[in-house]
Structure formats: structure tokens, C-alpha cells
Write a protein that binds this ligand. Sequence first.
Ligand SMILES: [Zn+2]
Length: 295
Amino acid sequence: MGPPRFRSRKDNRQAIRFTRNARFQVTVGGKLRLPKIGDVTVKWSRRLPSEPSSVTVVKDAAGRYFASFVVEVAAEPLPKTADEIGIDLGLTHFAVLSDGRKIDNPRFLRRAERRLRKAQQALSRTAKGSNNRTKAVARVARTHARVADARRDFTHKLSTHIIRDNQAVVVEDLWVKGLARTRLAKSVHDAGWSALVNMLEYKAARYGRTLVKIDRWFPSSKLCSACGALAGSMPLHIRSWTCPCGASHDRDVNAARNILAAGRAERLNACGGTVRPATQRRAGPGETGSHRGAA
Ligand SMILES: [Zn+2]
């Protein structure tokens, strides 16, 4: 029996999804039975909490196969807390919180990313069709997978902390945010951000927290979070400023505070029905939800 075949030959990362209609099955012996492929041995990362409704088999750029299952998960609400937080997904830091904390990509992730860049440069210097090129391609793929793992790990820890400590979490919708950013910053950060927001979303649903996405653009950097006055132009190099009201602001912390305030206003407007019932989530090693979180 050969490995599953995939639709695209050009994309390095390939995926195929089976729904229950397609008659995939987890056998009594713990193997994954796929239509037309047969029984596949699985190294389980955890027990499936319930019958999966679909499975996605992914072959990543390093040639590793992952199965990720969609399962219904019972909510496990955490004890309520009074704390709420706004998050600004910044440029100089990975995330800035309304309580003043600034979160950077951890050193192990930055190191892995640096190694990836080097591997990519080395690859670009090899001749097409050469043995060295084949080796360099494999090295890039391996390094890429390591970066993805490190990022997933970091994002899991961060999202768990944020959800555990806060009753409500407010973020700007990434699409809105994207309009305000340059192409460069976008390519560097987007994958990591959307992975974080995905995790915040399903963990909020699971643990009885509320995730609010501000889906309208507003000048979060230019607004004084103390008095509400709108400052003049605020080019990116300005990292701190003082409002005529006397409040002095760190640019990103101020933005995160405004995001929190906007989220509170939005929840007050939407009387009732703020709790989202979504309890679908993925389980398994490819847990980011979006496998593009690998950048
Ligand atoms: Zn002010």
C-alpha cells in the first residue's frame, strides 16, 4: 500500500480531507482506515475525546504525514474572573497587551527562523538539478517544519495564558488590521497572528471566555486612551507620545487599551447573546487549524 496521493504537486504542503460520508474510520486497534488507502498506523498525540466528524491528512514540506481530526469538544468553563484584556498585534513586538506587557517571539523561534533563512540562502546558491540542490531542498523543508513546530508551541502557551487569565479578550480583526499594514510586515507576521487568533477563538469557546473581534477599522494608535482625543498624524517611528490632557502613552500599549475599550463598547451594544456556542475544534498534532501557520 502506497502513501495517499494528493491533488497538488506544486505546493510543498499537501492535504486531503475525508468526511464521515467518505467512510473513514478509527479502528478498534487504533489505526486510521481511509477509503481506497486502507489501514494506516497512527502515532496518536492524545486520545480523541469523541467520534471525529472529519479527518485531514497533511503531508508537510519535510515529508511528514499528520492526521488532524475535527471533533466536538464539551465545554469546560473555567471559574469566572473580572479581568479583561485588549491585544494589539504589533510590529515591533509580536503582541502588546493593554496591561502594558509586551510579548516577543521567543528566542528559540527567532533562532529557528534565522536558520531557515540561512538554509534558504544556501539553497538559492545551488545549481538546478544538482545533488547539492536536492540536499539543500530537504534541509529547507526540515528547518521549515522545525520553525512551524516552535511557533505552534509558542502560540499554544500564549493563548492558554491569555484565556486562562481573562474573562474577555479583544483583538482587531486581522483583515481590518491588514489594511493598515505594509506588505513586508504583513508577510512576516500574518501567519503567526492568525494562528494566535484561531487558538484564542476555540479556547475561548471551550473555557467559557469571550473573544471579541473588532471588525471595523478605528484609529487605535492615534486615540488617547485616557481622554479620547484624537492626535494628529502618527508615523510608525513614533513609539511614544503625550496627549494635551497630560497622559503619556506608549504607542502600542495605548492602542491595546483602545482595542479593549472598543471591545467593551461592542459587547454593551450587542445586548445579550455574546457567548458563542462554537465548540468545534481540531485535535491532533496539526492543531493550528491553519497549516499555513508555518511561515
Ligand atoms: Zn488625552
